[in-house]
Design a protein around this ligand. Structure first.
Ligand SMILES: [Zn+2]
Length: 341
């Protein structure tokens, strides 16, 4: 079967792999139909010095497919069902897993597509508990954006930042996959949204998605614009995933007691923080990575009632490397999704 494999740092190749084994007890086999791209794919492609892994590995962290066969004891899915794959190899029995906080699993065995073989392949056999049923109303491409993109945003906005109706939120890089999803979900929750992007075309598209105010961060200091828009007060919540390029300004955009939630650092990994400002303003910084099974289900329920992910483009499996490199260019609005026939 065909798969897209990371052969060495920086080099992806289409390879022919043996068929996966028939599902054993507690396992199922999925025919992959869509894989959504994320910044973690770009980190993976570049090579991560601290990631313990042995190449080659199959790429792809976020995806959806159709169940082909189930092993003994699997009752929550049957052949023909649409499922999404939770790529964290969580143990299922530690305290965090038992309490439904799978992204804090104490025995996590890595992330498929990053530390271990991932989802960019025609068929996969995996533990059935990592395949979550998806609503039939969603296309495979849409469902593929649930387990990482939409679920991460769900976890950030509601479990972590506890965004409430009537609050103001600043969403950085609102044209990205998580940024566009955050605009949709924050508006759906009744917040007032300020979103940033670096081109007029992206600003127009963010407005069309429902953003109340948009700022071109290349033309305007966004922290000044936020102060003007909020009558000097600042926003209740900042949604961060850019890192060094925006970090200081994001903290300056918060009102006293405001919350910054972050899930990424696409512009680098270190940024200075004004600690005096941090504690005098009683700011809260909340770090977020991944999501729980519950968040994936919440995300899919929102998609099924109309919050459809913004899909920039769909690509064939052999073009996945180009798609990942496009993420670096920032010339993307929404999600790039690889589809498999
Ligand atoms: Zn666990």
């Amino acid at each position: 079967m065909r798969a897209l494999s990371l052969i060495e740092d920086g080099r992806l190749a289409l390879v022919d792999l043996p068929e996966p084994p028939a599902p054993g007890p507690g396992e199922l086999q999925v025919r992959m139909r869509a894989v959504a791209l994320n910044h973690i794919d770009l980190w993976s492609l570049r090579g991560m010095a601290f990631a313990k892994r042995h190449l080659p590995i199959v790429a792809g962290v976020e995806g959806a497919g159709e169940v082909l066969a189930v092993g003994a004891g699997v009752t929550h899915a049957k052949p023909g069902d649409k499922v999404v794959i939770y790529a964290g190899l969580v143990c299922g029995h530690c305290r965090a897993c038992r309490e439904g906080r799978e992204n804090l699993c104490e025995n996590v065995g890595g992330i498929m597509g990053f530390h271990a073989d991932g989802l960019a392949r025609e068929r996969i056999t995996l533990p059935a508990r990592l395949a979550l049923p998806a609503p039939a109303a969603l296309s495979f491409a849409e469902a593929a954006c649930a387990p990482v993109t939409f679920a991460t945003v769900q976890h950030m906005l509601f479990d972590n930042a506890k965004l409430e109706r009537g609050e103001w939120i600043l969403i950085q890089a609102g044209g990205s996959g998580v940024g566009s999803s955050a605009i949709l979900m924050a508006k759906d929750a009744g917040a007032t949204v300020i979103a940033t992007a670096g081109s007029a075309a992206k600003l127009a598209r963010m407005t069309a998605l429902g953003a109340d105010h948009v700022i071109n961060y290349r033309e305007d200091r966004f922290e000044g614009a936020v102060r003007r828009l909020t009558g000097k007060r600042g926003v209740d919540v900042v949604f961060e995933h850019v890192g060094p390029d925006t970090w200081a300004g994001s903290l300056l955009s918060l009102k006293r007691g405001g919350r910054l939630v972050t899930c990424g650092s696409t512009s680098g990994v270190s940024a200075p923080t004004n600690l005096l400002h941090l504690y005098q303003q009683q700011l809260r910084i909340i770090a977020s990575f991944g999501a729980s099974f519950r968040n994936v289900q919440e995300a899919m329920a929102k998609m099924a009632r109309g919050l459809k992910p913004v899909i920039d483009s769909t690509l064939a499996l052999d073009a996945m490397g180009e798609g990942i490199r496009r993420l670096q260019s920032r010339d993307v609005f929404g999600k790039i999704v690889v589809t498999l026939p």
